[in-house]
Unconditional design. Structure first.
Length: 110
């Protein structure tokens, strides 16, 4: 009987020690995850700034004209097309206006 009591006492001590070690391990894991979260939030903010910079319309227009040789359409190159989505009653929806630039390249390529 005394051996069983000692054995149960040792088991309780081991469970207590294991629980404390596990709590410390989980605490370290939580701190590591908090650091990772901070790093990821910083990267997200940097990427948002980079996206904002790269998607600025002035920058895109400058690249289009300088590097790609594009230019704004001249008078008469824009054709306005009005259409209604199919399957919709004509009086129930407003016209959709599309602007299409006409291609004046000799080979018909874009």
């Amino acid at each position: 009987m005394k051996a069983v009591t000692v054995f149960l006492g040792l088991c309780l001590v081991f469970v207590f020690v294991w629980e404390r070690v596990d709590v410390v391990r989980i605490g370290y894991q939580i701190e590591r995850l908090k650091r990772d979260k901070t790093v990821l939030e910083r990267q997200r903010d940097e990427l948002r700034v980079k996206f904002s910079t790269l998607s600025a319309s002035d920058r895109i227009a400058k690249l289009a004209t300088e590097k790609l040789g594009m230019s704004l359409p001249q008078q008469g190159q824009i054709i306005v097309v009005q259409s209604r989505p199919s399957g919709v009653h004509p009086s129930g929806i407003a016209l959709v206006e599309l602007k299409v630039a006409r291609n004046d390249l000799p080979s018909g390529r874009f």
